[in-house]
Ligand binder design. Structure first.
Ligand SMILES: Nc1ncnc2c1ncn2[C@@H]1O[C@H](COP(=O)(O)OP(=O)(O)OP(=O)(O)O)[C@@H](O)[C@H]1O
Length: 659
């Protein structure tokens, strides 16, 4: 837990106005009103009089936050104060005196370069809240962006452009672009008054550098992600003083309202735990975005800018009150570490960065040949994947057909089992009723005849031969006819129906056993008939049951087979899905590479053209050089000749003299 650090900065007095110490007494880090009996005194972490420049303010108040942000802590610095008190001057500065934002950007890159044991990925975004709407300052037309909330990210601005940056210069370019899109306007108090709150954000991701494994994105080390917000608020203003009307008036109302909500949040947060109650973060977009900075997971510094002039005493007093309340707020900053497997976005960005670096390296190597090879390899891989997919699709189709056949067979087996069960019950009933009602036994001439021939019930007619139960051979010879004499040899179908309880026997296949010659032992017949019949029935039942068991086993085996096939099928389906995914990824990669290749080819052609031009220059130069050389040689030869002539004449003169 640590308190928000708060500083107050006096801007220089306007030309002709008395200096700040005329109205405000600054002693160490406290400020009090000079006016006697005012009793107003405020203490802060720092009070900067106009002798402090931006660099000093940065060093004393902000630098530690930037260092912490590089180490993985969230950080926020914002300037608060009435209009024209120097917020923009403090945050952005000027060409001659850079403000907190450019100083911080420089510092971030300097510090990350010095932190050699980690590798960094930095993204920046720049937005403004204008009339309570969020605009993306890095993308024209990207306006009225919504704020969403998620468990992992808290409040976030959806659709905001985030640019990956590698150098401070790159960020300055983006900032310049953003500044051009920002809303400024002229008021009576400031010729260039900010009409919106701006939030410049740097997201700093870092992971341990592994020199052995630089290109490995599957590195599972924790990734640190910190968010650094540098905020330049619009200034509170009194309409009477700013003389705002029309658009400026509307802007002023929005500015004042959102600053008032910020004040409410600060007030609530400055109260002790129990009295605090609900914190109205949701009441404005500004407080929603700044929520982590106010009482949350962030190291926060507030710089309150004040105007020293007497005419602004009330506003200054208000700002100092705001500042002293803010001083009471405690935050709970901690290093934000996440496993790289969880932080998919970050891992993705890291991979993209590595890919870009890899491409760059290749570009520095032998340009397009390597790229051609990469693209060729990608194409081959894609082709292979496609073939594999087709093969799998065919296999899947075969499996599906096999499965259908199996299911059909299982259904048939089930039907057979049902039929067998019903047959077993019906035959059992038949035997009982026959015994009770007719007291006679029907004997078949050919007991070895197949069951399908004998029991032609409506259910049984469709049964296949392999499920026909054979009658036991022990019943082959029966030499008595248990049917009553009056039954005669007539095959009456109605009577058979009665005897078989609806189980119609094909009468054509039946032959009556001839009547017994002796019919004078009814008591003996009575005692024998039921036992034979019973035996037949029980044997039949037994046999049916064993068949049924066999069928069940077969069915179980088929079911097992079917489950295995289903499992294989689902595995194949999964494999197919993953292949399709791989395919789409490699398609994307291919697209990406193609675009890179085109870009590289363009660069290559430009380089080629440049080389051509250089060659031409060299040729021209060497031509001129040769001409010059020829000229010089001829001059040299001529002068040499002249020198020789002169020497010769020198020699001849004394000779002449001598003579
Ligand atoms: N510390 C300072 N040193 C020199 N000049 C300053 C300083 N602070 C502010 N100024 C000047 O005062 C003027 C108003 O400052 P600035 O625009 O930064 O105010 P502001 O608080 O951002 O106003 P607004 O809320 O209207 O945007 C500018 O001309 C700026 O250069």
């Amino acid at each position: 837990m640590e308190k928000i650090s708060v500083a107050v900065r006096f801007r220089p007095s306007a030309a002709g106005d008395p200096p700040a110490d005329r109205h405000w007494r600054v002693q160490d880090e406290s400020i009090s009103l000079v006016a006697p009996g005012s009793g107003v005194s405020f203490a802060f972490d720092h009070v900067f009089d106009p002798s402090y420049n931006n660099a000093m303010v940065y060093d004393l108040l902000i630098k530690s936050i930037i260092q912490a942000a590089v180490d993985g802590f969230n950080g926020t610095a914002f300037a608060y104060g009435q209009t024209s008190s120097g917020k923009t001057f403090t945050m952005s500065g000027s060409e001659e005196e850079p403000g907190i934002i450019p100083l911080a950007v420089d510092d971030v890159f300097r510090t990350t370069k010095m932190t050699t044991d980690r590798e960094f990925l930095i993204r920046v975004s720049y937005m403004e809240i204008y009339n309570e709407e969020i605009n993306d300052l890095l993308t024209l037309g990207n306006q009225k962006l919504p704020i969403h909330e998620s468990l992992e990210r808290g409040f976030f601005v959806a659709g905001l452009r985030e640019e990956i940056v590698n150098s401070a210069e790159q960020v300055f370019e983006l900032l310049k672009h953003g500044e051009a899109n920002r809303h400024f306007g002229e008021t009576n108090m400031n010729a260039r008054s900010s009409r919106s709150h701006t939030i410049f954000r740097m997201v700093i991701e870092s992971s341990k550098r592994n020199p052995m494994n630089l290109g490995d994105v599957s590195n599972t080390d924790a990734i640190r992600v910190s968010v650094l917000n540098l905020v330049d608020l619009a200034g509170s203003e009194r309409i009477a003083k700013t003389g705002a009307g029309g658009v400026r008036l509307k802007e002023g109302k929005h500015i004042n309202k959102s600053l008032m909500i910020l004040g409410n949040v600060i007030n609530k947060l400055s109260e002790s735990g129990r009295q605090r109650g609900h914190i109205p973060y949701r009441d404005s977009k500004l407080t929603r975005i700044l929520q982590p900075a106010l009482g949350g997971n962030s190291k926060t510094s507030i710089i309150c800018t004040v105007a020293p002039e007497e005419v602004h005493i009330e506003e200054t007093r208000g700002t100092l009150q705001f500042a002293s309340r803010a001083k009471r707020i405690t935050n709970c900053a901690q290093v934000n570490e996440v496993g790289s497997d969880i932080l998919t976005d970050a891992a993705l960005l890291k991979r993209q960065k590595l890919e870009i670096e890899e491409l760059r390296r290749k570009l520095q190597g032998s340009h397009s040949e390597i790229l051609e090879q990469v693209i060729l390899k990608q194409r081959n891989d894609m082709h292979k994947s496609e073939l594999e997919r087709e093969r799998l699709a065919m296999e899947l189709e075969e499996e599906r057909k096999a499965r259908e056949t199996l299911e059909l067979r299982i259904k048939e087996q089930q039907k057979k089992i049902e039929n067998l069960s019903s047959l077993s019950i019906s035959s059992y009933n038949t035997s009982i009723s026959t015994q009770q009602k007719v007291n006679s036994t029907i004997m078949f001439d050919e007991l070895s005849v197949s069951r399908s021939d004998v029991f032609r019930t409506p259910n049984f007619k469709a049964m296949a031969d392999d499920f026909v139960v054979k009658r036991p051979s022990s019943f082959r010879t029966v030499d008595s006819n248990p049917i009553l004499e009056n039954f005669d040899n007539t095959a009456d179908e109605d009577l058979w129906m009665q005897l078989n309880k609806g189980c119609i026997t094909d009468l054509d296949t039946l032959q009556m056993t001839p009547n017994m010659k002796h019919q004078s032992f009814p008591s003996l017949e009575m005692s024998l008939e039921p036992s034979v019949d019973e035996e037949i029935s029980s044997e039949r039942h037994h046999s049916l049951e064993s068949d049924c068991g066999f069928n069940r086993e077969q069915l179980e085996a088929l079911r097992e087979k079917c489950t295995i096939m289903e499992r294989a099928c689902s595995l194949l389906r999964e494999e197919k899905a993953s292949l399709v995914e791989t395919l789409s990824l490699s398609k994307q990669d291919n697209e990406h590479l193609r675009a890179q290749k085109e870009e590289l080819l363009k660069e290559f052609n430009t380089e080629k053209q440049k080389m051509k031009e250089l060659k031409e220059e060299i040729r021209q130069f060497s031509l001129a050089f040769h001409q010059r050389e020829g000229l010089l040689t001829s001059i040299y030869t001529k002068s040499k000749a002249m020198m020789e002539n002169l020497n010769a004449s020198k020699v001849s003169i004394p000779e002449v003299c001598d003579s």
